[in-house]
Design a protein. Structure first.
Length: 134
């Protein structure tokens, strides 16, 4: 992994153990960029149903494919992040509703790894808060 992909607090695998990245981890990753350590020891965590649930996403049971999760971004169903899992890849879109009807929707990106999901929340300032484990 590249240090530029990560932020302090992101989840990643270090020696096959899920950990939250610290400043020391980032410094070591920068110092060892391109080495065996940065390529093999630090790995991204695939976004799975278990990770979505850890972060507070709720599985939607009113859909036939049963692979859709949402998390409210403003405390109501007027604005939320929707993630649909297709063939093991999480696709996301930000939904805005007005009077119960979708007014705008913005496809974001495939959220293949947990740190990308976390960074999506931070950079797009959906909530004004970090995406943290519940």
């Amino acid at each position: 992994m590249k240090a530029t992909e990560l932020r302090i607090g992101n989840w990643a695998l270090i020696n096959n153990r899920a950990v939250q990245i610290t400043i020391d981890d980032l410094v070591m990753l920068i110092e060892r960029q391109g080495t065996h350590w940065s390529k093999k020891i630090v790995q991204p965590i695939p976004t799975t149903e278990q990770w979505l649930e850890k972060f507070g996403f709720e599985k939607q049971t009113n859909y036939s494919d049963n692979n859709e999760y949402i998390i409210l971004t403003n405390g109501t169903f007027d604005e939320y992040l929707e993630i649909r899992i297709l063939n093991g890849v999480c696709y996301s879109r930000l939904i805005y509703k007005h009077k119960g009807k979708i007014e705008n929707q913005f496809p974001l990106r495939a959220l293949k790894y947990v740190h990308i999901l976390q960074n999506c929340f931070y950079y797009f300032a959906l909530t004004g808060e970090e995406l943290v484990e519940k």
